[in-house]
Ligand binder design. Sequence first.
Ligand code: SAM
Length: 336
Amino acid sequence: MLRENVESNFFQGLQGSAKVHYLRISVTDRCNERCVYCFPQDLGFLSKKENLLSFEEIYWTIFHGALRHGFKDFRITGGEPLVRKGTVSFIEQLTKISGVRSVRLSTNGTLLGLYARKLKEANIAGVNVSLDCLNPALYKKITGGDIAPVLEGIDECQKVGIESVKINTVLLRGINEEEFLPLIEWASEKKLVIRFIELMPISYTGKISKENFLSVAELKKRLEKQDDLEPLDYKLGQGPAKYFRMKKRNAIVGFIGAISDFHFCDNCNKMRLTSDGFIRPCLGNHLEIDIKPFLRPSVDPFKVYQAFELALQRKPPEHSFRENYNPGRVMTSIGG
Ligand code: SAM
């Protein structure tokens, strides 16, 4: 019965859940930085190269699985997506597929100087850049890398006219607390939107504790002592961030409170595809569906379609981060 229904939908073209329409695709679990809260020191988690999906396999997954279930918006992520050769050409190919409304990129920014123009030419809808501080020494301490190419890369994105460039800052108590206001003021000067993200229990590098966790609610209270915050009356992007305008600074600040915001999952519209070929309906839940058997040795369009169907049916109503969560897999491996 299910098979019949599924098959009749299959041949009607674009179908499926209107609510879940956003797929985050990890194209690699490799990264050229070593963020303390993200990338484990022990590299044992890295997938064998042969387990990583080829761009062609990702393409068929999108075509037969995602688009036919009504997915329209895509984000390319990782690991660091720009370290994989061919990522920008893949983005260009993706933006041309009928049914694809937007393709965005999440990056640490280190290689943006090289690729910003090509990304613009590829019709990228937006780029999110991770930046936890402006202080070069602290940046090195957090990421192991240099801040200069990241700042240059952000400038280059603006220079070539990429429509939406947003900054993602992870809240790290005792580490980057002094950086929040300077970051907001810097972002506002550059007319960039900045979002603050609560630390999630999705790494082996350390458990979340009172010592390192800072909630978006606490940050908001601190900012309210400095400025008036008014909620934005229009929607920005496809994600769960809640946006406010800081009136005196004319800055737009977003809050992503996966842990403290009890309504965080209410309007969740996304699923993930991991670089090693698993559909993951929720970042904070171990459920994954292996799609590789339906792509190798040759593509089985119906099975790919069904795998998405199953993932959508099984998508949990909310994440399990608050339940003494054990990550099992790290963020860079799942795709951030
Ligand atoms: N390399 C790309 C980047 O830097 O955006 C894409 C992958 S990265 C895993 C995606 C996002 O996840 C980054 O903004 C990063 O700061 C965030 N992230 C990683 N580990 C996190 C954690 N434990 N809690 C909250 N955010 C985390």
